[in-house]
Design a protein around this ligand. Structure first.
Ligand SMILES: Cc1cc2nc3c(=O)[nH]c(=O)nc-3n(C[C@H](O)[C@H](O)[C@H](O)COP(=O)(O)OP(=O)(O)OC[C@H]3O[C@@H](n4cnc5c(N)ncnc54)[C@H](O)[C@@H]3O)c2cc1C
Length: 489
């Protein structure tokens, strides 16, 4: 059976020894540290759902590669139906976790690797595709969690990679021998990597002649020698560290979207795990195929799930306050639903309009236009949903005291009385829902949603490449029966 139980997943993490630092100290145990634990919990849920008869349709699927059921997050889409299921899984996990499912970036990187290794082999006679498929089989059989790493520190953006004084601001090959390659550099903002078994690493950008040493893609165990994680630390991390009871927090079990800088200090990667090495013209394909897959996910699926959390909290607060008949609140809620459904529609359209790429590869990728439109829309829609929810939530969303006051004999009764809205709802519930909304509207999610899978300009650049306006121009020419250009007569 290729599916691990959640308990087996947790046990498997105990065998790993990643080198992790957070807030100036070493994290000795990711299962015990309160912030890293949230990543463990989120991934753990993906193992539970894949085995749960209620959710296994969404979270697992049949893999012809190993002729067994596998976790969906290890499967490369082989049809538009697979892509639609992928979209559904993105929404399902996000709305149930209220944060990332940290297997998502690796899942999207698998799509890019399967497609591009196939193309490299076809065009260049390399042997990357069977090598990658063997790796994927291993991932599926062992049901591994795999994080994906592309984003790099980079040097001055107005200089070319080769002109940066520090050549390692983009991940670089430093040695190559008959056993494998050695890599130095870092990846930044990487979601959930330390609680994954494996990292799949792709280039962040297109590479050009002379940049062969930057054109690398590979997989490595997350605790390989030379890898160090320096974790994000935010006011939300501190709050979790300091809480008496995690139930005081806005997302008690799954927390924030946790990332880290992943440092590769002369990390050795054996050849059987190298999927791109020097073929610079294909780096851009790896990046753009990843981007279109990930933008469908980030734009049209997981933010739909996040918005459900925001809408749910706003609706509950409307009811606690007795504002069910307030026309403008109902309009605001409706606007949130429309924003959410627009996001969902773009995601589902990207999946339905997906196609095999390249033809003959057997790999299906979402539609470029709709995937990018999904993310572009959601960048703006999410801020708007946050603003609307903030209006409904009122000042309490950011002014509320700690839930600890409900246990403080000196003020407990006042807090119970004055934050009750005179309703029948336990004050504790009212405070918790406001805390959840604080988490969404006054926390990390606005910027996180904007930048995750690339900021707006990145989508606009991709859209400029696929929009040509010929169809539209021809329509007008036909409608008006415009004459040919003088030179064409
Ligand atoms: C919550 C979260 C989770 C993430 N998870 C992952 C992950 O798991 N794996 C992963 O690989 N990445 C991950 N990322 C990284 C994400 O993809 C990047 O943050 C995003 O691509 C933006 O890059 P950046 O943060 O370096 O910002 P920048 O690139 O510095 O962008 C800042 C601004 O500068 C502009 N800009 C940048 N370069 C240029 C240029 N050359 N010319 C003109 N303008 C420019 C941008 O358009 C933007 O307006 C995550 C990010 C977040 C926020």
């Amino acid at each position: 059976m290729a599916l691990m139980t959640p308990e087996q997943f947790e046990d498997s993490l105990k065998k790993l020894k990643p080198r992790i630092f957070m807030n100036g100290s070493k994290v000795e145990n990711i299962l015990e540290n309160r912030n890293t634990r949230t990543v463990v919990e989120a991934n753990k849920a993906s193992y539970a759902w894949a085995l749960d008869p209620k959710y296994k349709e969404i979270m697992s699927c049949y893999s012809p590669l190993i002729d067994e059921a596998v976790n969906r997050y290890t499967h490369v889409s082989a049809s538009t139906e697979d892509l639609v299921k992928k979209a559904e899984a993105g929404t399902f996990t996000a709305e149930n976790l209220g944060t990332c499912i940290y297997r998502c970036v690796g899942y999207d990187a698998f799509h890019s690797l399967a497609s591009t290794t196939w193309e490299m082999d076809r065009d260049l006679g390399t042997k990357y595709h069977p090598r990658f498929m063997e790796y994927l089989k291993m991932v599926q059989k062992k049901d591994l969690s795999v994080a994906g790493a592309l984003t790099e520190p980079r040097g001055s953006r107005n200089k070319k990679t080769l002109d940066w004084p520090d050549p390692y601001l983009s991940l670089k090959l430093v040695d190559k021998n008959k056993h494998g390659i050695v890599i130095r550099g870092a990846k930044i903002n990487i979601s959930g990597a330390y609680a994954s078994h494996e990292l799949v690493v792709l280039p962040q950008a297109a590479h050009f002649q002379g940049e062969e040493d930057y054109a690398v893609a590979f997989a490595t165990p997350s605790d390989a020698q030379g890898i160090t994680y320096v974790c994000q630390y935010t006011p939300y991390s501190a709050e979790r560290d300091m809480a008496d009871d995690l139930q005081e927090l806005g997302n008690p079990v799954f927390g924030q979207r946790e990332t880290s800088m992943v440092i590769f200090d002369n990390v050795f990667v054996p050849w059987e795990r190298v999927f791109h090495c020097g073929e610079y013209a294909y780096s851009v394909k790896l990046v753009t195929r990843f981007a279109k897959t990930h933008r469908m996910t980030c734009g049209g699926t997981c933010k739909v799930g996040f918005m459900n959390q925001i809408i749910g909290a706003a609706k509950l607060i409307q009811e606690y306050k007795g504002l069910e008949k307030a026309a403008h609140i109902n309009e605001e809620l409706m606007e949130m639903v429309v924003l959410r459904e627009t996001g969902r529609a773009c995601g589902v359209a990207a999946a339905h309009k997906g196609a095999e790429e390249p033809e003959g590869s057997g790999v299906f990728l979402p539609d470029e236009m709709m995937g990018n439109v999904a993310k572009l829309n959601i960048c703006n829609a999410f801020w708007r949903a946050m603003a609307l929810a903030g209006d409904i939530g009122g000042g309490l969303t950011v002014t509320m005291p700690s839930l600890k006051e409900l246990k403080n004999p000196e003020v407990k009764d006042y807090v119970e009385e004055f934050y009750s809205f005179g309703s029948d709802e336990p004050t504790e519930n009212i405070m918790k829902v406001h805390k959840l909304l604080q988490n969404w509207t006054a926390g990390l999610h606005g910027v996180g949603t904007w930048h995750g899978a690339g900021p707006v300009m990145a989508q606009k650049i991709m859209l400029q490449r696929v929009i040509d306006y010929e169809h539209e121009k021809n329509l007008v020419k036909k409608t008006l029966r415009l004459k040919d250009k003088k030179s064409e007569k």
